[in-house]
Design a protein around this ligand. Structure first.
Ligand code: AQP
Length: 329
């Protein structure tokens, strides 16, 4: 690998939303021309929240198919399933031994997810350490993720610096890469919280694989406000979020959108938005169907991907094991 490395992952913890698409997936294809890209389906992260095994299997294959449908080329990028590369948990353990409990407990995602669970599980607490291992194993320079991952990337950088200064230079210090618009797409029902695939309210998100009718219906039902004017500001968070979605799918700036709709009402704006989203997702929805049916093709891709990823991951892990004082086999 000669170019700088880009690494990102998505959990198969449900079917992917347009938040996952705008914040992450839609940017992945362009990056593979300029960088060596590694994309992971983070099934080990997904089990930090309860998963139905058969759904996890289905969602894992769906996510690979979506990666491919969104334009990832397996000849250019490495695409693999996290549980196929055991070096992730091996490095994760080493990083756990230098992670501070206080810092892990301060992670917003840990606080949010543990509030939603009856029992606070250690996996949710250690999630960002495994994520740090994912990124650091590949000597990653850039991590394209949504804004919600900022704290986790900071932790990854802290752990890399801590290890490097304790044992000598080992890890590249990664930087975050976020889209200009749409780095944080909010719930359609509650614009104070982010759109999440595991939200219990199906109207809060649009899935990449939703039908066109469901897409239109969910946009129609999206929460706005009683102001009645199309403006882009924090006092109208529901509308602001819809304008961001419009902007991401159309490539138009938020100013252009506001100017165009300044004399319209919310109904007309939402109808147009629904068409923009439906049109934007149509090619990926069509390609997904073809790819998802070809089990042999998918299997070949994730097997080859795991082999390439393991080779790279092993190089870093050997160095780490040597530096901490383990005797080589
Ligand atoms: N609402 C969002 N807006 C912009 N980007 C988002 N991402 C997630 N939600 C939004 C980005 O999608 C990538 C994959 O995320 P993930 O599946 O690894 O985990 P997540 O961030 O926890 O996503 P969800 O949908 O909220 O999943 P659940 O509900 O399972 O926790 C990341 O790059 C993320 O930034």
């Amino acid at each position: 690998m000669d170019k700088k490395i880009v690494y990102s992952a998505i959990q198969p913890s449900g079917s992917l939303t347009i938040g996952n698409y705008i914040g992450a997936l839609s940017n992945f294809g362009n990056l593979q021309e300029e960088y060596d890209c590694i994309y992971c389906i983070a099934d080990m992260h997904a089990i930090t929240m309860p998963q139905e095994p058969k759904d996890l299997r289905k969602n894992t294959l769906d996510v690979i198919s979506l990666y491919l449908a969104a334009g990832l080329d397996p000849e250019k990028s490495i695409l693999y399933i996290q549980s196929h590369v055991p070096q992730h948990t091996e490095l994760g353990w080493v990083l756990n031994t230098i992670s501070s409990l206080g810092q892990l407990q301060r992670m917003t995602q840990f606080k949010d997810k543990s509030q939603k669970s009856k029992e606070i599980l250690a996996g949710i607490l250690n999630y960002p350490v495994l994520m740090a291992a994912d990124i650091l194993l590949y000597q990653t320079s850039y991590v394209p993720v949504g804004e919600d991952q900022r704290q986790h990337i900071e932790l990854t950088r802290d752990l890399a610096q801590k290890f490097n200064s304790r044992y000598s230079d080992t890890f590249t210090i990664p930087e975050m890469m976020t889209p200009k618009v749409g780095a944080r797409i909010m719930s359609l029902q509650n614009p104070e919280s982010k759109m999440s695939k595991s939200d219990s309210d199906v109207n809060s998100y649009i899935l990449i694989l939703d039908s066109e009718d469901d897409t239109r219906r969910k946009i129609k039902r999206a929460v706005t406000d009683s102001v009645g004017e199309i403006k882009y500001n924090d006092e109208q968070p529901g509308l602001k979020n819809l304008i961001n979605i419009y902007s991401s799918f159309s490539g138009k700036s938020t100013d252009e959108i506001v100017e165009y709709y300044k004399n319209s009402n919310y109904g007309i704006f939402k109808e147009d938005l629904a068409e923009v989203v439906v049109e934007g997702l149509r090619p990926i929805r069509t390609k997904f169907k073809e790819i998802r049916e070809d089990k042999e093709y998918l299997e070949k891709i994730y097997r080859d991907g795991a082999e390439k990823a393991s080779y790279l991951a092993n190089k870093t892990l050997r160095k780490v094991y040597k530096k901490v004082g383990f005797i080589g086999r």
